[in-house]
Design a protein around this ligand. Sequence first.
Ligand SMILES: [Zn+2]
Length: 163
Amino acid sequence: MQNKQLNISYQVFQSMDELPAEWSSLLQKAVEATERSYAPFSNFNVGAAILLDNGQVVCGSNQENAAFPSGLCAERSACYYAGATWPGAKMLAIAIAAKQDGKLTATPTYPCGACRQALVQYESRGGVPMKVIVGSAGRVEVFSSVRDLLPFVFDNLDDNQGK
Ligand SMILES: [Zn+2]
């Protein structure tokens, strides 16, 4: 038997103003995308913005539905739209922000497990790390790869298919 340990490192900025300009403008687009969210059930409006290696920024927002499982998170609405529109483009970074009752959340809102799985697969396809920038009214956290948020990813298909 062995005990093993995982370590991740990430950056914490005290506010959006501290972020390098490139990431703060992507995060600003995620904040704007919260305005296009449809969340009548939760009143929790999430926005995501993905920077592609072709320079495009693709935004998504959560879209809820009365048939609950039919809704979709902001992160997946963004990465699926990006994948469907620019299938060869690499996703370099995703920024995420959320508002509750119209105000930016005080702490970061991380992607859910299903979105982590979807994002990590695009990261594998692209072959480059996808930064994850998670904003809030308070601090902003920057992770250098989606894999840092989902170390034990389901990717057994990656060796043969799916790339
Ligand atoms: Zn999600």
